[in-house]
Design a protein around this ligand. Structure first.
Ligand code: 9WN
Length: 435
């Protein structure tokens, strides 16, 4: 397929997934607005419809709670029944500060919004409507970061925790297995539910039934504590400081500081967060034996051992020092030399690696977008080019899917990608890569 055709097809996917003021990740599988998907979607949409890209983010923030939380799903339609868990299962009325309309979930996702504002401002530095948009959203994004540092950092370390794997955006990563195994499921008390995802995507490419029981357990735990109560940190068996969520938060803090300085907002609080977060990330997450950053299991009080895609996002936030960055780059270079597409979402040498199951191995194009930027930050331009080229190649050959086979030999026999088709962020980052 020619590059012109790829661009036209990307725009067609994004147009088809556009609803009234926002973009769904994929019409069938995910029929609502997802938080971090919207950020990446704006980055692609701005290249052909700036007004829509701006509206995407404004619509997302109509779901913001009084405490600052930006939920991971905004249920703009209460009529869609093809996704579980829907708004009625979340019952966010348990928290008086949750909006009545739009209905939302009660958990969050990676804090991409700050860097998305900066990205669009860099692309359109002289557009008055972009400057006005940035200034309108700035206080809302800062309020969201304040939520994370207030409600998700009980020991005031400068590192946020998540209490549900859906928050990480990497739902079934092997990194979470040990913490998830702590959850004891009692079928008698777990509410009855019916999955919808496996009716749309292949079951062997999705999280397992046991994992879904645990997702529901943690949802109920959040609900019991109004989704923001201190009881979450006290009780949750799953309590993790994630490499990627904290790296994205740090990257967005840096963007907000620059924006604040440009437009004359107070950035004192942002600078304090940043001054604490970067050294804490370095101190707590680096693992000398593995030569990578690892997240931290707050419940088990230990690092989460594993080589995983989240650590590579530290590059885009500029957290890694030169030695660490070189180690991360070498890891990727070796995978490329061994015949893997970049960047597999999990360690290909681990017994827990699964090249087709969701976040346990496949390639996710928006992750390539983040890692590509990170490698460029450190001047690793040749490898950055490979990361970009692999994403383009997989989409060109296999379609606009959610995720892709990471093993080149195995991919050669496939005609399509994995998971949902006609995917928004796949199309959006492709547009940016091709621009
Ligand atoms: C749960 C929408 C979302 C992404 C996540 C991805 C997947 C949802 C699901 O889809 O998660 O939030 O039902 O599997 O893991 O990163 O935001 O594309």
């Amino acid at each position: 397929m020619s590059t012109e055709q790829l661009i036209a097809n990307s725009i067609a996917v994004l147009n088809a997934n556009w609803r009234d003021g926002f973009t769904v990740p994929s019409g069938q599988l995910y029929p609502f607005q997802w938080n971090w998907d919207s950020g990446f979607t704006s980055i692609g949409t701005c290249l052909f419809d700036l007004g829509r890209a701006l509206l995407e983010m404004e619509t997302l923030f109509t779901g913001q709670w009084d405490n600052g939380l930006v939920p991971h799903i905004i249920f703009h339609s209460e009529k869609e029944t093809t996704y579980f868990p829907n708004f009625d299962f979340w019952e966010t009325t348990v928290n008086a500060g949750a909006p009545q309309k739009p209905k939302t979930s009660g958990i969050t996702q990676p804090a991409v919004h700050g860097f998305v504002l900066q990205h669009l401002l860099n692309r359109f530095p002289n557009e008055e409507k972009v400057k006005a948009w940035v200034q309108r959203l700035f206080p809302k994004v800062v309020a969201y970061h304040r939520f994370l540092y207030t409600y998700r950092d009980p020991h005031h370390e400068g590192l946020m925790f998540m209490f549900h794997p859906w928050e990480s955006g990497r739902d079934n990563s092997p990194l979470w297995d040990e913490s998830m195994d702590r959850i004891v499921i009692d079928k008698a008390t777990l509410p009855a539910y019916t999955r919808r995802d496996t009716k749309i995507a292949a079951a062997d490419e999705r999280p397992t039934a046991d994992q879904y029981d645990r997702y529901v357990y943690l949802l109920e735990l959040g609900k019991k504590h109004q989704y923001d109560g201190p009881g979450i940190a006290e009780e949750s068996p799953f309590l993790v400081q994630d490499t990627m969520m904290n790296a994205i938060l740090i990257k967005s803090n840096a963007s907000l500081i620059r924006i604040g300085e440009q437009f004359g907002f107070d950035v004192g609080e942002l600078k304090e967060w940043q001054a604490q977060s970067i050294p804490a990330y370095q101190r707590k997450f680096w693992n000398e034996d593995l030569q990578t950053f690892t997240g931290y299991d707050l419940r088990g009080e230990k690092q989460i051992i594993g080589k995983e895609i989240g650590a590579l996002v530290s590059l885009t936030a500029g957290i890694a020092d030169e030695k660490q960055a070189t180690a991360l780059k070498t890891y990727l270079q070796q995978l490329h030399d061994r015949g893997f597409y970049l960047c597999p979402s999990f360690d290909v040498d681990s017994p827990r690696f699964d090249s087709k199951r969701y976040w346990r191995g496949p390639i996710w194009p928006h992750m390539n977008w983040l890692v590509h930027q990170g490698l460029q930050n450190y001047g690793f331009n040749d490898l950055a080019d490979i990361v970009r080229a692999d994403a383009i190649h997989l989409i060109r050959e296999h379609g606009f899917y959610e995720y892709f086979e990471s093993n080149k030999a195995q991919a050669a026999s496939l005609t399509q990608g994995y998971g949902g088709d006609q995917f928004s962020w796949t199309s959006a980052v492709l547009l940016d890569f091709l621009d």
